[in-house]
Design a binder for this molecule. Sequence first.
Ligand code: 5GP
Ligand code: ZN
Length: 135
Amino acid sequence: MKDCNCIFCKIANGEIPSATLYEDSDFRVILDLNPASKGHALVLPKEHYANVFELPEDLAGKAFVVAKKVASRLSEGLGAIGFNIVQNNGEPAGQTVFHFHIHLIPRYEGDTVHVGWKPGTLSDDDKKEILDLFE
Ligand code: 5GP
Ligand code: ZN
């Protein structure tokens, strides 16, 4: 299941060359073209899934194992002092390429990476509504 108009399908399957850190039968991990920090990498499945909701569970599990392995190597090798693993779904959440990917972002003293939100408060109504979804 490839999408021939999808840039990440082409990169993941080697039709477009990329700076590849890791490859197996299901995934390719590449350096981001516009890195948030030194070593910013992307875990790409070779099959096309637009987002985490389309991704089959077995690949979701494997993707995080790959993310952990490559993140560990990057973190140690580059001397990162922190590490963000980020995954965006949908335009409002910051997704710009609609082929599932996991961002691996090493963090350094004084870097300019921003991953954050303003902490809110959990209302009783919201808590009930959400907990009811899982009953
Ligand atoms: P998103 O915003 O969808 O979560 O992340 C897309 C990421 O893909 C961005 O960090 C962007 O820099 C990266 N990107 C977009 N096009 C290319 C490309 O052609 N090659 C590589 N290596 N990275 C890309
Ligand atoms: Zn794709």
